[in-house]
Design a protein around this ligand. Structure first.
Ligand code: SF4
Length: 392
C-alpha cells in the first residue's frame, strides 16, 4: 500500500475539517470506507479533495501523463439487448444498423498501421447471428497484418455472449476460460473494462436488465487475469444510481484487485475509467447526465478510493479534452488515445469520426502542466520514430 507522508504537506490547507480523518487514512495507506467516499462527495471543499487526489497520482506517476496511439473499432451496433442508457444499439433492420465485414476490419488494421497505432480497441453489440468464427477471424486477420499491434477487445458482456454462441454458455467458468483462451490463440491481448456499469442489483434491474450481473462481470475478469491477461474496469455513472452505489462499485473493484494481487494471477486491473452517462437519444435521455463538477469530483474520488489500481483514466472522448485536462490535475493520469472512430457514446453533437492528433493530445497534457508519455496498452513507454515504434 502506498504511504504518502512525504508528499502530503504539498496539499493546500483544508477548509472542511471533517475531511481530516480521511486525509490521514490516505496518508497512512488505509483503504477508504463507504462513509469516507460519501463524505468526499458531499463536502463543499472540492478543491481539497482534488488536491489530495493529485498528491496520490503524483506519488504514483510523478509528472507523467499517459496517452496512446490507438484505433477504436465498433464492429457492429446490432445488439440482442436494449439497455436503457444506451443510444448505440440497433435491432437488425433498423435504420443505421450495421455490421462490419472481415474486409472492413482488415482495412481498419491497415489504417491502424498507417497511423502508427500500438493498439486496436474492439467492442460491439451482442450480435444475435454472427458466428463465433467471425470474432476469431477478426483477431487473426488483424494479427496477420499487424503482429505488433495489441488487440484489446470484447467486454465481459461480449465474452459471455461468445460463450453462449459457441455453445459453452452452460459450462460456467470453464466455458469462459475456454473462450478467452481461444480468443488469445487468435490474437487477443487484453480485455477492456466496459459493461461493468454499476454493480448493484436495483440499478441493474431498472436500467440494464438482461445484461450479465456484477458477479458474472467479475468472474470474466478473474478468469482473464488468471490466464495472464490484464484488463480495465469502468463505471457508468450519472443516471439512476446513487452516489453510495458508485462508491460501493469502486470498493468491489478494489477488493477484487486485492484478491487478484494476492493470488497467483499474472494479470490484473490496470486502470479504472469512470464514464459519465451521456443521455443522447437513449431511453434515459430525459435525465440530464452528470455535471462537469460531478465528473471532476468522481475522478478525484476514484483516485482516492482505488489505491491499488495503478491508473485512473479521464476518457477524453466522453469527458471532452478540456475536462480531461482539469482531471489530470485532480487524480487522473491517463487520457486514452487518438481514437479516430468511436461510435458508442459521445459528447452531445459530436460526430462519429473523432480523432485527436498526437500533437493536440500532447499539447493538452503539457498545458495541464504534465509531461506527455506515450504508452502501449500495458503501460510500457513507447519509443517512436514516426510510424516505427518499440516499447521499453
Ligand atoms: S450497452 Fe451494450 S449490451 Fe447494452 S444495449 Fe448497448 S450495446 Fe447492447
Amino acid at each position: 500500500m502506498t504511504t504518502l507522508e512525504t508528499t502530503i504537506p504539498s496539499c493546500t490547507p483544508m477548509k472542511d475539517e471533517t475531511l481530516a480523518p480521511i486525509f490521514e487514512k490516505v496518508v497512512a495507506g488505509i483503504p477508504l470506507s463507504l462513509e469516507d467516499g460519501l463524505q468526499l462527495y458531499v463536502t463543499k471543499d472540492l478543491w481539497s479533495v482534488c488536491a489530495l487526489a493529485h498528491t496520490v497520482r503524483t506519488s504514483l506517476h510523478g509528472n507523467d501523463a499517459f496517452f496512446n496511439i490507438n484505433r477504436h473499432v465498433n464492429y457492429s451496433n446490432v445488439c440482442a439487448l436494449s439497455c436503457k442508457f444506451c443510444d448505440f444499439y440497433r435491432k437488425k433492420g433498423d435504420e443505421g444498423a450495421y455490421e462490419h465485414s472481415i474486409e472492413d476490419i482488415e482495412n481498419e488494421a491497415k489504417m491502424a498501421i498507417e497511423s502508427g497505432a500500438t493498439e486496436m480497441h474492439i467492442v460491439g453489440g451482442l450480435h444475435p447471428w454472427l458466428p463465433f468464427e467471425y470474432y476469431t477471424k477478426m483477431l487473426s486477420t488483424i494479427k496477420k497484418l499487424a503482429p505488433m499491434i495489441h488487440i484489446k477487445a470484447f467486454t465481459a458482456v461480449e465474452v459471455v455472449h461468445l460463450a453462449r454462441i459457441s455453445k459453452r454458455g452452460r459450462d460456467g467458468i470453464a466455458g469462459i476460460s475456454s473462450v478467452i483462451s481461444e480468443l488469445v490463440e487468435h490474437g487477443l491481448g487484453s480485455l477492456p473494462g466496459g459493461g461493468a456499469e454499476v454493480f448493484d442489483e436495483r440499478v441493474h434491474d431498472e436500467a440494464y436488465k438482461g445484461k450479465i450481473s456484477g458477479e458474472q462481470w467479475l468472474d470474466v475478469h478473474r478468469v482473464a487475469h488468471e490466464l495472464g491477461l490484464n484488463s480495465n474496469a469502468t463505471m457508468l455513472y450519472g443516471h439512476i444510481e446513487t452516489r453510495a452505489e458508485r462508491i460501493a462499485h469502486m470498493i468491489t473493484i478494489r477488493e477484487e484487485q486485492d484478491k487478484c494481487l494476492a493470488s497467483e494471477s499474472s494479470g490484473k486491473f490496470q486502470a479504472f475509467i469512470p464514464l459519465p452517462f451521456i443521455p443522447g437519444v437513449s431511453e434515459l435521455s430525459p435525465l440530464p447526465g452528470p455535471s462537469g463538477i460531478e465528473n471532476l469530483r468522481t475522478i478525484a474520488i476514484a483516485r482516492l478510493m482505488l489505491h491499488n489500481i495503478p491508473h485512473i483514466k479521464a476518457f477524453w472522448i466522453m469527458q471532452t479534452l478540456h475536462m480531461a485536462q482539469h482531471m489530470l490535475q485532480c487524480g487522473a493520469d491517463d487520457i486514452d488515445g487518438t481514437v479516430m472512430w468511436y461510435d458508442i457514446t459521445k459528447v452531445e453533437s459530436s460526430t462519429t469520426t473523432q480523432e485527436q492528433s498526437i500533437t493536440d493530445l500532447c499539447r493538452a497534457i503539457r498545458d495541464a502542466g504534465f509531461t506527455p508519455v506515450e504508452r502501449d496498452t500495458l503501460y510500457r513507454t513507447v519509443e517512436r520514430d514516426g510510424k516505427v515504434w518499440s516499447v521499453r
